[in-house]
Write a protein that binds this ligand. Structure first.
Ligand SMILES: [Zn+2]
Ligand SMILES: [Zn+2]
Length: 324
C-alpha cells in the first residue's frame, strides 16, 4: 500500500509499504481525507523520536473490524481519538486515560499513523461522523477537539482579555472557539493574509509587530508552534495570569535556552494542553459554530505527500489536506 514514512531522519513516500495487521479489538480504516499538522512537521525534525508511518488527523471509512470488536462500525464514516490506552494503569483507572502510561499514539508514538492507504485504531477510539458533517469538516475533528480542550482547562470569570498567539492551523481554530466565550479575544500573528481570516469570524486580530509586550492579558494561549512562543507569551500575560501551552517543538543541541524567570517574578500559571473532546468538536461543526473549511489552503495526493509536507511548513499554508 501507499504510505508516508519517516525513518532514519528521512521522510519518504512508499508505494509498496506493508499493509497493517489488524488486532482483535481494532478497526482497519481507509482514510478519505488526512490533515497535516505542525506535530507532523516537528516529528520530521526528530520530535518524540518517532519512526514509522506519520499522520494522525483523518476522516475515513471502516473496512474491517477485528474478532473481539463490540461496536462494529464496518462501512461507517469515522474519526478517531489518537491515544490508544491500556485501560489498566493508574492513569486509566483514575479517569485520565489520555495520560495512560502505556499508551501508543497514532503517528506520534509507537504506532503507525494514518498517512497511508489504511491503518488501524482500537475500535473504541472511533466516533461515527454525523451525516451533516462532510469529510472536509470531519478531517478537522482532532485539531478542533484540541482547541476545545482549552475550555475544559480554564474557568472564565468576569470578562477576561485573552490573546491567542499564533495565526496558524491551531491558532485560528483556538481563536474561533475562544471568541465564543464571555471574553475580549484577539488573535496575534505574523501573517497578514492568515490574520485576515479572523475578519470573517468577527475575531479581533493584530500583527505581532504592532503589539507590545505589555503584560496586560489575563490569558495567553500559545499556538505559535515555535520555541519563542513561550517567551512572547510571558511578556504579554499580566502578573498572576495564565499561559496555555499548545506548542510542541523538537529540541536540538542548538535550541536556545528559555529564561523562565518571568514565571516566578510575575507568578504566572502555565498550563499544558493536548488532546480534547471529539464529540464536542463534531457537535460544533454539525451546528455550524465553527468555520474550518476556510482554513484549507491546498489539497494534494498522498503520493505527493513529501511535497505537501514541505508546503505545509511554508508561510503561506494553513491546512494542507491529503487525499488517497
Ligand atoms: Zn495534530
Ligand atoms: Zn493505561
Amino acid at each position: 500500500m501507499q504510505a508516508l514514512v519517516y525513518e532514519n531522519g528521512e521522510l519518504e513516500y512508499r508505494s509498496n509499504h506493508n499493509a497493517p495487521a489488524l488486532g482483535s479489538d481494532e478497526a482497519l480504516i481507509r482514510p478519505t481525507r488526512m490533515g497535516i499538522c505542525s506535530t507532523d512537521l516537528e516529528i520530521c525534525k526528530g520530535y518524540m523520536g518517532f519512526s514509522g508511518v506519520i499522520g494522525h488527523e483523518f476522516v475515513g471509512v471502516v473496512e474491517r473490524s477485528g474478532k473481539k470488536v463490540k461496536n462494529d462500525l464496518t462501512g461507517k464514516r469515522v474519526v478517531g481519538s489518537i491515544n490508544c490506552v491500556c485501560g489498566k494503569c493508574d492513569m486509566c483507572r483514575g479517569g485520565l486515560a489520555e495520560h495512560c502510561r502505556d499508551r501508543t499514539v497514532l503517528g506520534i508514538s509507537k504506532r503507525d499513523g494514518c498517512f497511508a492507504d489504511s491503518f488501524t485504531l482500537p475500535s473504541r477510539n472511533l466516533f461515527e461522523v454525523p451525516d451533516g458533517v462532510d469529510d472536509d469538516h470531519a478531517v478537522f475533528t482532532e485539531p478542533l477537539a484540541a482547541a476545545c480542550q482549552i475550555l475544559r482547562q480554564l474557568t472564565i470569570e468576569g470578562r477576561p482579555y485573552i490573546t491567542v498567539l499564533g495565526d496558524g492551523r491551531l491558532g485560528l481554530l483556538c481563536a474561533q472557539v475562544m471568541s465564543q466565550l464571555n471574553a475580549t479575544v484577539r488573535c496575534i500573528g505574523k501573517h497578514p493574509e492568515k490574520l485576515a481570516l479572523c475578519e470573517k469570524w468577527g475575531v479581533k486580530h493584530r500583527p505581532l509587530a504592532d503589539v507590545g509586550l505589555r503584560g496586560d492579558q489575563d490569558i495567553v494561549v500559545d499556538c505559535t508552534g515555535s520555541a519563542d512562543g513561550l517567551t512572547t507569551a510571558m511578556g504579554m500575560v499580566r502578573p498572576r495570569g495564565k499561559i496555555l501551552m499548545k506548542t510542541t517543538v523538537a529540541v536540538h543541541q542548538d535550541s536556545k535556552p528559555i529564561d523562565l524567570s518571568p514565571l516566578v517574578i510575575n507568578e504566572i500559571e502555565v498550563i499544558g494542553s493536548r488532546c480534547g473532546p471529539f464529540a464536542e468538536a463534531l457537535d460544533r461543526m454539525a451546528t455550524g459554530k465553527v468555520d474550518v473549511v476556510s482554513l484549507i489552503s491546498r489539497r494534494m495526493k498522498l503520493a505527493d505527500g513529501v511535497e505537501a509536507m514541505r508546503l505545509a511548513a511554508g508561510p503561506d499554508s494553513v491546512k494542507v489536506l491529503l487525499e488517497p
